[in-house]
Design a binder for this molecule. Structure first.
Ligand SMILES: O=C(O)C1=C[C@@H](OP(=O)(O)O)[C@@H](O)[C@H](O)C1
Ligand SMILES: C=C(OP(=O)(O)O)C(=O)O
Length: 425
């Protein structure tokens, strides 16, 4: 469904949804544990549904309630032949590939959207080294794997996706022998490795972290069941933090400021740009200042860059956002898409191979933009509409379901005004 958003300032309180990254990890760890766990504060986004179905495909009993899950890991790995549909979730795919072959298995992975175009070669290299059979198609996710993952030494690049490292960190403790992961290039998205290590500890699995250069994994470890509450999501909070920076009056409820989530960096960046985080009405709010350009390193927080770029588009001066080549391998080419949207809305942005350069303007005009079927682009465009002179038309509003199915409901609750229509009407 397409939509027309009428520019309007947002005002009110928003309950930030549970962290998608932490929910993926909790569901996986609980499913690998010998016993029953409860995971509270769950929102059924498409990505989280994908991870739940993936674990069910391996035999895990998962009972889904309104906002919590009961998981009995004792039945996991009951099946050695299964189909896993990852939808469009990179996390589900890259976490589940090594987990699915902890026992001798015959697995078929499928997915949709751009997932088949996102890199997986790091795993293909391991399959070649370990004589694990695999068959895949270019550009669409249709991957057959036959075999079993073996303990050993793994050389993994740090600058393709941290999800490969996380996937191995979940699987290797379950194998008989000891393993070592060696990181062969600068580690990006490091905060996500911290989330993995934190969740493993929570479920009784210990990894030796040698300064993020090497990870030593003892085999034969046993995941312990645990009750876990999923904290609020900083990648989603970033939309409302930027909304605050642009003069909207939005209070965020539920944020844990001592989180390990790397996307908390949104606060530091906005403070560097002249804003202030204030405690208000049992929550937090970004209080706008005179937005000033700065240099931003996006290597550790790729998911917040599209919306941060929006704040930069309305800052005084020229912003350089650097080390963001990996934005091109997300749900869309987010580097190109962000630059295109800023320009279409009346801003001034330029794309480089690994960076974007944004010249601040005083106001944005509005206009027609694409969501590129990417939840983070659609949500960034919604926040942009609050400071545009004219309406913003988005081709597909439903893509937000990938990570934040209640986004439009929250947007309306905060006073956002939009009409839906079928494209072609
Ligand atoms: O581990 C995770 O939960 C994630 C890791 C990041 O991916 P990369 O490591 O590929 O940057 C991030 O973009 C993604 O949305 C979630
Ligand atoms: C890139 C994202 O997720 P994933 O890699 O899990 O598809 C995201 O949520 O922005």
């Amino acid at each position: 469904m397409a939509m027309t958003i009428t520019p309007k300032k947002l005002k009110g309180k928003v309950n930030v949804p549970p962290s998608k990254s932490m929910a993926h990890r909790a569901i996986i760890c609980a499913s690998l544990a010998r016993g029953k766990s409860i995971i509270r504060h769950i929102e059924y986004s498409k990505d989280i549904e994908a991870t739940i179905s993936a674990m069910k495909a391996l035999g895990t009993m998962i009972f889904q309630y309104d906002d919590y899950l009961e998981i009995d890991g004792t039945t996991t790995f009951m099946r050695n032949m299964c189909d896993i549909d990852c939808h469009e979730s990179g996390s589900t795919l890259r976490f589940m590939v090594p987990i699915s072959i902890v026992c001798e298995a015959n697995v078929h992975f499928t997915g949709q959207g751009r997932l088949g175009k996102r890199p997986l070669d790091v795993y293909y290299k391991i399959f070649d080294q370990q004589n694990i059979g695999y068959l895949y198609q270019e550009d669409v996710l249709d991957l057959y794997i036959k075999g079993r993952l073996k303990a050993g030494e793994f050389e993994i690049p740090g600058d393709v996706s941290s999800q490969f490292i996380s996937g191995l960190l979940f699987a290797l403790p379950l194998l008989d022998g000891n393993s070592k992961i060696m990181i062969t290039s600068p580690l990006e998205s490091k905060g996500y490795i911290d989330l993995t290590l934190q969740m493993l500890e929570q479920y009784g699995v210990h990894i030796e972290n040698k300064n993020y250069q090497e990870f030593i994994i003892h085999g034969g470890q046993i995941y312990q069941p645990c009750d876990y509450y999923v904290e609020a999501d900083f990648s989603q909070a970033a939309f409302y933090l930027v909304a605050g920076a642009l003069g909207n009056d939005v209070v965020l409820e539920g944020l844990n400021l001592s989180t390990h989530q790397g996307d908390k960096e949104a606060i530091d960046i906005l403070e560097r740009m002249g804003c202030q985080l204030i405690a208000k009405n049992d929550g937090y709010q970004i209080y706008p200042g005179i937005l000033t350009a700065t240099t931003i390193d996006g290597s550790q927080c790729p998911d917040i860059i599209p919306v941060i770029a929006l704040a930069c588009a309305l800052s005084e001066g020229v912003t350089h956002i650097e080390n963001i080549g990996r934005l091109r391998i997300k749900e869309c080419d987010r580097l190109s898409a962000t630059v295109e949207v800023i320009n279409q809305l009346g801003g001034i942005a330029k794309e480089e191979e690994n960076a974007m350069i944004i010249e601040g303007v005083k106001t944005l005009q509005g206009g027609k933009v694409s969501s590129y079927n990417d939840h983070r682009m659609a949500m960034m465009e919604a926040i942009a509409s609050t400071v545009c002179h004219h309406q913003v038309v988005i081709d597909n509003k439903d893509c937000v379901e990938k990570s934040y199915p209640s986004f439009w409901e929250h947007f309306e609750m905060l006073g956002g005004v939009y009409d839906e229509f079928f494209m072609g009407d």
